[in-house]
Design a protein around this ligand. Structure first.
Ligand code: FAD
Length: 503
């Protein structure tokens, strides 16, 4: 039953990490004009998680909606361009492929390009599928130019994201939010008070004794989930049986070469290592499972595999993969790490923050919270998390690696039915389950399937739409066009220096 509707006049955001300040920035622009006051509480003594550098293209739309200037943002966050993620050693040791932010080739007559590629490849008339992806060819050449809005242009077939310093992003968004009327309150929350009748959160109490109330609270307090779990005990779905990594060690290093426009994820014996080049440094970290490797060994693996002088000491983090059972419970919406955590293999955390904010803005209950709003929000967020989960599990499960107990476990573990269904469809005739929007559309799945040796037995009969004698020239023309287009672009480094020089 719906609780008595209380109009939302005061929003209180608990936490000032990336999640807190992204929430504050969006609400200050989109919701505050409805006459709502917004307060954000953060504790300098507690600090933030301080990692989170690789993003997905959706962040551009978040920034655009807020009216943030791209060059100013890139300068403030020391950002570089990200065209995709290179995966090394995943299918087999020595393998490498790029998951690009953009399509492979060009669909013809409503038939997916990869079907023509499968047919041409089987007939020996096509090279690597990578050669038909503009963002992959750009990545490999370390060149960049912005996408075209003209759908006829080959430059329209991709998108891009950023590799950025998320701590600087939060700082930038703090300035933005405060300029838009958000009140920041420094202090440690020591108690959470609930309304005796409704059970809703009524106030949070600071160490100073001050109490701050709210009609709607956002829990952006990080892994601790101060409100959503600490006070409301919303529960947690533990997914560590299918995503067993539960630790990370992070260690940035100095930049010794111009930054490349993509992130790298290199698989190791009991996990994998990220490499994220920013303008001023390179972010590195080793994500691993503590059942198979000790913290000291994991740090040694990381140190052996960074390619510049280390900046500072290794920093260890612990996590439990999964999601909060209810991300919106009573009058608390969890955003960020308090809502759940899926390892950063596909850079999805900041995207999930954005998805929560976007959904909340669409459902914003300004005249009072209704059960239907909460249910809809939770349903949408559950789908988002499950979709990311399946995609991540694919990376571990679709492997031939049998060189360590970790890989033997993930290769043979039972996988969700939803993923098994998708893999079965692809293995047969290259069918990719279609999503209308959101994360990881066709090209993402195709890249990981093929990159990790999940190769369809056949192509779809519709791939016969191009006559036999035209197939080879069609593939060659496309590859040539992409190559020539990329060769004419500036280097990524030159693009950065021209468009967003670091301060
Ligand atoms: P936090 O940064 O932990 O912020 C919590 C806030 O709550 C802080 O301001 C803290 O002061 C405040 N707080 C907590 N308790 C109290 C209290 N009692 N009183 C007052 N204030 C309090 N994401 C990506 O998108 N890309 C990546 O490449 C990526 N890499 C990652 C690598 C690792 C190893 C990890 C662990 C995460 C990574 N993430 C990545 C996730 C990303 O770091 C987080 O999603 C993001 O930083 C958001 O964190 P947060 O704001 O939810 O929490």
């Amino acid at each position: 039953m719906d609780q008595a509707a209380t109009a939302i006049k005061q929003i209180t955001i608990v936490g000032g990490g990336t999640a807190g300040w992204m929430t504050a920035a969006a609400l200050s622009r989109l919701i505050r004009p409805l006459g709502v006051r917004i307060t954000l509480i953060e504790s300098d003594a507690i600090g933030t998680v301080g990692v989170g550098e690789a993003t997905l293209p959706h962040i551009r739309f978040f920034n655009e909606r807020l009216g943030i200037d791209e060059a100013e943002f890139m300068k403030a966050t020391q950002a570089t361009i990200k065209l995709g993620i290179e995966f090394r050693n995943w299918g087999r040791i020595g393998d490498s492929y790029i998951h690009p932010f953009g399509d492979f080739g060009r669909n013809v007559g409503g038939v997916d390009f990869h079907q023509f590629w499968l047919r041409a490849h089987q007939a020996g008339k096509a090279g690597r599928i990578d050669d038909y992806s503009l963002p992959i060819v750009m990545s490999e050449a370390a060149r960049f130019g912005p996408p075209s809005h003209d759908p006829r242009s080959v430059m329209s077939a991709f998108s891009y994201a950023y590799q950025m310093d998320a701590t600087l992003y939060a700082k930038y968004l703090r300035g933005f939010s405060e300029a838009n009327g958000v009140v920041r309150q420094e202090g440690r929350i020591v108690d959470v008070h609930r309304d005796g009748e409704s059970g809703d959160i009524s106030e949070v109490e600071l160490e100073s004794g001050d109490r701050i109330g709210g009609d709607l609270f956002f829990d952006c307090s990080g892994f601790r989930g101060l409100l959503i779990e600490g006070a409301l005990e919303a529960g947690y779905d533990d997914w560590s049986d299918i995503l067993p990594c539960n630790r990370a060690v992070a260690l940035p290093c100095e930049t010794i070469e111009p930054p490349i426009p993509y992130t790298r994820a290199t698989a190791h014996q009991a996990g994998w290592q990220w490499r994220i080049p920013l303008q001023h440094r390179v972010g590195n970290g080793h994500v691993y499972c503590s059942d198979y490797i000790s913290d000291d060994e994991a740090a040694s693996v990381l140190l052996e595999n960074i390619d510049g002088p280390a900046c500072g000491d290794p920093r260890f983090l612990k996590f439990l993969t999964g999601k909060r059972r209810k991300q919106w419970d009573r009058n608390v919406v969890a955003v960020g790490l308090s809502a759940g955590f899926l390892e950063p293999l596909e850079s999805t955390s900041i995207y999930l923050i954005q998805a929560a904010i976007t959904n909340l803005v669409e459902l914003f209950p300004h005249s009072g919270i209704r059960d239907a709003d909460r249910d809809e929000f939770n349903t949408v967020m559950d789908l988002e998390y499950e979709r990311v989960r399946d995609f991540l599990v694919l990376h571990y499960h679709a492997t031939e690696r049998d060189d360590s107990p970790f890989w033997n476990y993930v290769r043979t573990m039972p996988i969700p039915d939803s993923l098994k269904y998708k893999m079965d469809l692809f293995r047969d005739r290259g069918v990719v389950v279609k999503y209308k929007d959101g994360l990881f559309l066709d090209a993402s799945w195709i890249a990981v399937y093929l990159g990790q040796r999940v190769v369809p037995q056949n192509f779809a009969p519709l791939a016969g739409a191009i006559p036999e004698d035209r197939l080879g020239p069609f593939m060659d023309d496309l590859r040539g066009l992409i190559r020539r287009t990329v060769d004419a672009l500036p280097s990524h480094d030159a693009y950065l220096k021209q468009h967003c020089p670091a301060g």
